[in-house]
Design a protein around this ligand. Structure first.
Ligand SMILES: [Ca+2]
Length: 199
């Protein structure tokens, strides 16, 4: 009995230890499967862009979105094992055709809303395509970042890595921006991310 109790305790500790070691995943999707999307009151009609995965920073996970089946190469998903400290991440992809893609900035999905971790993002720079207001420093009359589509529940705050503004998002409450890409021109996205975790 004593041995059994100890065994149960060891298994519990292993599970807890495993959960603690696992860092939450921030996420950015590059979505080329978009048609007739409304952005800031304007309908954008976009070509479907297929993409190849490019290089990944150490620790970044990149994959096609398998749930789109035959269109899976039109949306790439990048996940970042993130800590509560600001860290720089980058990844790249190469479009197979000209068109527009959406950079969707979010957190990874979870079964329960309470498990959908919030992440701070700041200081986007992109090589191979143009991003506008990547540092979120330019805000509109409502205090929301200009050039981005920002969900109402996204926190726009001063917890910044660069300048004085960053955004806090999760899986359901995202910021996004459309950008033009060219066939065969590799696009490298770099940004800073930290998880919104109280230590
Ligand atoms: Ca900033």
């Amino acid at each position: 009995m004593k041995l059994k109790k100890r065994l149960v305790w060891l298994i519990c500790m292993a599970v807890v230890g495993g959960a603690m070691a696992e860092e939450p995943l921030a996420r950015i999707d590059i979505n080329g499967k978009i048609e007739n999307i409304e952005i800031n009151g304007k309908i954008e009609n976009c070509a479907m862009v297929s993409m190849n995965l490019g290089s990944l920073d150490m620790g970044v996970i990149g994959e096609q979105c398998a749930w789109l089946n035959e269109n899976k190469d039109k949306r790439l998903s990048f996940k970042f094992p993130v800590s509560s400290e600001w860290k720089k991440y980058s990844f790249s992809f190469t479009p197979k055709n000209d068109g527009k893609v959406i950079l969707e900035v979010m957190g990874n999905n979870a079964a329960n809303d309470k498990d959908k971790v919030w992440f701070w993002f700041d200081n986007f720079t992109i090589v191979g395509a143009e991003i506008k207001n990547g540092d979120f420093e330019t805000t509109n009359a409502n205090g929301r970042p200009a050039e981005w589509v920002v969900n109402d529940k996204v926190i726009v705050g001063g917890n910044a890595q660069s300048g004085s503004v960053a955004v806090k998002v999760n899986h359901d409450y995202r910021v996004f921006q459309m950008m033009e890409v060219k066939a065969g021109i590799s696009v490298t996205v770099t940004c800073w991310i930290k998880a919104d975790i109280v230590k």
